[in-house]
Ligand binder design. Sequence first.
Ligand code: DC
Length: 220
Amino acid sequence: MISVAIDGPSGAGKSSMAKRLAAELGYTYVDTGAMYRAIGLYAVRSGKDPADAPAVEALLPQIRLDLGMVDGTQHIYLNGEDVSDAIRTEQISMAASAVAANPAVRAFLLQTQRDLAASRNVLMDGRDIGTVVLPNATVKIFLTASAEARADRRFREQQAKGEPVRYEDVLADIERRDYQDSHRAAAPLRQAEDAILVDTSDLGIEESFRLLKKTILTHL
Ligand code: DC
């Protein structure tokens, strides 16, 4: 089986590029961030503080996650409910980052993620895929861009949707999540030693995609 691990900070364009590339290569795209988001959502809905590790751990036996494809797009189901849209809010982004620091949550998801890669060719994106989940991945990519470049892209996206946002707030949010994701004790965000660095700070979407695709294809 072929596995492509794509790790990197939030807002680097991992999921949109990984999704598109998986479709081109005919691989299954696995968005591991969606799994942490679904657990964050469950914690919030249960009235628990996502940063309260024992409280979140106690919820895990009540959680069943399933992934499915609808029209070529990955959907995630939380106890049978399609929560693919509900997990995409800023509140749930922060909740996901908090539950992702919890070792019990990481252990809960690890086997599911490995099982997905054992039976099919996958392109898996996350923070610890090359370092922890799939240490023997066929190709490992660390996809990044400067915090300013990522904030700029997100700011424009939100503006285009007509959302009232301030660039400083978007940048502060990105920096806070970067810090939280890379300073936690359990599987922190870091580049695997054998991962190839792809930095898209100075590239547009199409150029970034072409660079990522070329890098992966030359290492498969
Ligand atoms: O990629 P994303 O923004 O959907 O991820 C949501 C959160 O989950 C993010 O704060 C980091 C965490 N995460 C993680 O710790 N490990 C992964 N493999 C994927 C995501």
